[in-house]
Structures are given as C-alpha cells and as structure tokens.
Design a protein around this ligand. Structure first.
Ligand code: NAP
Length: 271
C-alpha cells in the first residue's frame, strides 16, 4: 500500500481504520473481526481515543499483531494538563494492553496551554510510552503555534470529505509545505453521501461504490492518509479496493461542480 512519511521518517499506510462508535452495541464481535480483516489487508493504522471508550475492544482486535499495527489514541483536552496527560496515557496503555502507542494526539485544543501538554508528551516520548505525538482539530493558526513550540509534531487529524473541503484553502497547503501529515477523519461523511446523484454517476463509471469514490477522492491529496470506520468485513474489503481507483480529470471536475472547493478561508469544521 502507498505510504506517507512522518517527520520522524516512519512510514505509515495511507488507508487505516477508525473506531469511533465501536464498542457500544451488541456486535463487538463483528467490530473486532472487521478491524482484524483490515489489519490483514494492510490497513494497519488503528485510530482510537480515550473519548471513544473502546480501547479495550481495540486491544482485542490487535491482540497477537501489535508489531504490525500503528496505534493512535488521543487525550481529551480536559485531561491535557501535564499531570493528567501522563495519567491518561497510562490508563490508555492499560486498556490497550500495550506498553506504547505509536501516536498520541491532543483530541482538540482546550484551555490548558499547549506548551504544558507538549511537556507531558515529551516526557511520555522519553519514557517510550509514546513514539510520536500530534494534534487533532487544529486550524492553521493553532498549528503554526504548535509547530513553533515543537517541530516534531507528527500529524494533524482533521475532518475532510466532499462536504467539508475547507482545509484545501490554507490548512492542507500549510501541512504539505511543512511535510506535516494530515489524517483525514470522517472521509465517508458517516455514510451520508451515498445517495448523491453526481457521486453515483462517477461510481457507476468505475464499477465501484460511492464509498470507494469518497476514499479515492480524499486520497488524491499528497501527504494525507485517512481512517474510515467500518464494523463490517465486506465494507472493509470494499474500502481497501478503493486504493485501485484512479479518478479522471472529468471525475474531479464533476465532483468540484457538485461539492465546490473553498473560495476563501473557512474556519476548520469539526464533528
Ligand atoms: P466515516 O468513516 O466517514 O463513516 C463511518 C460510517 O460509514 C459507518 O456508519 C460505516 O458503517 C459506514 N461505512 C464504512 N465503509 C462503508 C462501506 N464500504 N459501505 C457502506 N458503508 C460504509 O465516519 P467516522 O467514524 O466519523 O470517521 C472515521 C474515524 O475518524 C472515526 O471512527 C474516528 O476514529 C476518527 N474521527 C476522529 C475525530 C477527531 O475529532 N479526531 C472525529 C471524528 C472521527 P459500517 O460500520 O456498517 O460499515
């Protein structure tokens, strides 16, 4: 699978797996099976968060294959003080049944000074509990501040899909210029794009599904990877096959007509 390179030099696959809303229903068996199938296919970046309250489920999914997995979890802004971040990380490690996470993100910016959270991240890095750290839901100005504090920030995880293209204006170009990887979340707009006629037309041309077109479109960007969530093995396999789709100029123009790119700065949207 195509890879992107983190500032540390570490390479990760462009297609990973999200886990939001997993662990809440009866079908945890299917969720674990879907994540395991994705890992088998090479979608080895697994994204969770203390907020999702599903780190134990993720532990079950990665059991026996930890070395293959690039594990991402997040600390909540309400736990972003130095002391609370150190404790939150220990709790996550315990739930994830691992001695380290590969990437630890601040879930979004809160009231704790970023320098204090970064101090904790630095200590966690030194102790080997995290290999890298980054941020999430940071717009350009905040990212510039984060980068000024520490140039080893490894990624910014943000909302990006057909309906939310604001990052194309300045955030994505800034990240590309500084080679700071972007992790695109909610690439399928939680499934809400499936009935769009323009997308259905393009999908039919590629003998694919609208979901696959959504992933191929997000992944046309450099320096960006994405983490669709699926609890269904068939969907995971379908998402994997999106990697084979090459969108044409005509496809991209039709998508621009249906979902116009930003014409000015749009404040970073979040969900
Ligand atoms: P998403 O990945 O855009 O969409 C997930 C939905 O799409 C699920 O309902 C899933 O249903 C469905 N789906 C997936 N593949 C499909 C396919 N091939 N065919 C039909 N339906 C399909 O939404 P998301 O979960 O919000 O975003 C992805 C991940 O990003 C999250 O899980 C989380 O890890 C991360 N995230 C991060 C933040 C942040 O603040 N940092 C915010 C939101 C999300 P099935 O399960 O039935 O397949």
């Amino acid at each position: 699978m195509k890879q992107i390179t983190l500032p540390s030099g570490k390479q990760i696959p462009v297609l990973g797996q999200g886990t939001s809303h997993m662990g809440r229903s009866e079908n945890t068996k299917d969720e674990v099976a879907a994540l395991r199938r994705g890992i088998e296919l090479g979608m080895t970046v697994i994204d969770t968060a203390e907020l999702y309250d599903n780190e134990e489920l993720v532990a079950e999914a990665i059991n026996g294959q930890r070395p293959k997995v690039y594990l991402v979890t997040k600390v909540m802004p309400s736990n972003a003080s130095k002391k609370d971040t150190l404790e939150a990380c220990d709790r996550s490690l315990k739930k994830l049944k691992t001695d380290h996470v590969d990437l630890y993100l601040l879930h979004w910016k809160g009231s704790t000074p970023l320098s204090e959270t970064f101090e904790a991240f630095d200590l966690l890095k030194k102790s080997g509990k995290i290999l890298d750290f980054g941020v999430s839901n940071f717009d350009t100005t905040d990212l510039e501040k984060a980068y000024a504090l520490d140039k080893t920030v490894a990624a910014n995880q943000v909302l990006y899909n057909f309906e939310h293209r604001g990052i194309e204006w300045d955030l994505l170009p800034w990240c590309q210029k500084h080679q700071l990887p972007v992790m695109a979340y909610t690439p399928l707009e939680r499934g809400e794009i499936k009935n769009h006629p323009a997308l259905q037309k393009i999908a039919a041309r590629h003998n694919s599904t609208v979901y696959q077109i959504a992933l191929a479109w997000v992944l046309r960007q450099n320096n960006l990877m994405t983490i669709p969530k699926s609890s269904n093995i068939t969907h995971v396999e379908e998402n994997f096959k999106a990697l084979d789709i090459k969108l044409s100029r005509e496809d991209l123009l039709e998508i621009d007509a249906a979902f116009p790119p930003p014409k000015k700065k749009v404040a970073l949207e979040t969900i």
